[in-house]
Design a protein around this ligand. Structure first.
Ligand code: SF4
Ligand code: SF4
Ligand code: FES
Length: 308
């Protein structure tokens, strides 16, 4: 085994990964998803959500998999009773103030809170007798609304603006159970990459005005493609309910666009829905052009070239 590799066993599966790999990424190699909120592979890891707690043999307490790096011979349990109980507790805290918005929430169907509560959460609430915190929706920028009641304060949006966009306009305002994401006075979320915060938000707290209520996540067909907007060639996914393009989203490619795209590329999809686009090659037949299949078009082209 090369010196720069270590072997760890995660839920009984042994994997070899480079030294310094976070446990959460090593688990991915073993085909195991460690639940997480604040961690994102293209952002610095602050370990604030505690959703990724796992049990590591010989460690005195549960460890956050997003900032714990692998060690040779480590034995990790993602689905031990202690780890699952800790994550259930995190989810219970998150739901104390979370609204029952799923039927009207744009994120439903692709929401990491829905998914993890379904997988590991309690089946009922112990806080029914207490009123939930309420804050009004805020307009953060030309395409972005902030719904504070759904926010789980993972801070991915803040870190994206600080560390990737290098335009720190977002912050965590207030403290404790009153904390929300704030926007600095006289600023707006109009950076040319700001749409990425909507993708990064694991819940329906940052939503795109352009996509709002256009489609439910489970109605979308997804097609891998490349953004035609410029020579960077960012990898995208085209999302279409019934052949109508409603959203472009970044598709991860660490060598080209990491997990992001610019807003210009993101919004450059309406022309795809035009009814007058040419859908098949056309060959001139007398005074008219006829739609034909590609083989016929190639043959017609070869004939016209040979007679030119
Ligand atoms: S953020 Fe998720 S859990 Fe909350 S209302 Fe929206 S879909 Fe439901
Ligand atoms: S708005 Fe979304 S991304 Fe930002 S802190 Fe809240 S949950 Fe996280
Ligand atoms: S994902 Fe590890 S603490 Fe948030």
């Amino acid at each position: 085994m090369p010196d720069d590799l270590v072997t760890v066993t995660i839920d009984g599966i042994a994997v070899q990964v480079p030294k310094g790999t976070p446990l959460i990424e090593a688990a991915k190699r073993a085909g195991i998803l460690v639940p997480h909120y604040c961690y994102h592979p293209s952002l610095p890891a602050p370990a604030v959500c505690r959703m990724c707690l796992v049990e590591v043999e010989k460690a005195p307490k549960l460890l956050p998999a997003c900032v714990t790096t692998v060690a040779d011979g480590q034995v990790v349990h993602v689905h031990s009773e202690a780890a699952e109980q800790a994550r259930e507790g995190v989810l219970e805290f998150l739901l104390i103030n979370h609204p029952l918005d799923c039927p009207i929430c744009d994120q439903a169907g692709e929401c990491e809170l829905q998914d993890y509560v379904f997988q590991e959460g309690r089946s009922g609430s112990r806080y029914d007798d207490y009123p939930k915190r309420f804050n009004p929706v805020e307009d953060f920028g030309p395409d972005i609304l902030y719904v504070p009641n759904r926010c789980i304060l993972c801070t991915r949006c803040v870190r994206f603006m600080d560390d990737v966009a290098k335009t720190p306009v977002l912050n965590v305002s207030e403290r404790g159970d009153r904390a929300t994401i704030g926007i600095f006075p006289e600023t707006t979320l109009d950076h040319p990459w700001s749409g990425n915060v909507v993708d990064l938000c694991p819940v329906g707290s940052l939503v795109s005005k352009d996509f709002l209520h256009k489609a439910r996540a489970w109605e979308l067909d997804k097609t891998a493609s490349i953004c035609p907007g410029c020579t960077q060639g960012c990898n995208v996914t085209i999302e279409t309910p019934e052949h109508n393009v409603v959203r472009l989203r970044p598709r991860p490619n660490m060598e080209v666009n990491r997990h992001f795209i610019c807003d210009e590329g993101r919004m450059n999809y309406r022309w795809m829905n035009r009814g007058d686009r040419v859908e098949a090659p056309r060959v001139k037949d007398g005074a008219r052009y006829q739609a034909v299949d590609w083989d016929s078009a190639s043959r017609a082209r070869a004939v016209s070239q040979s007679t030119a």
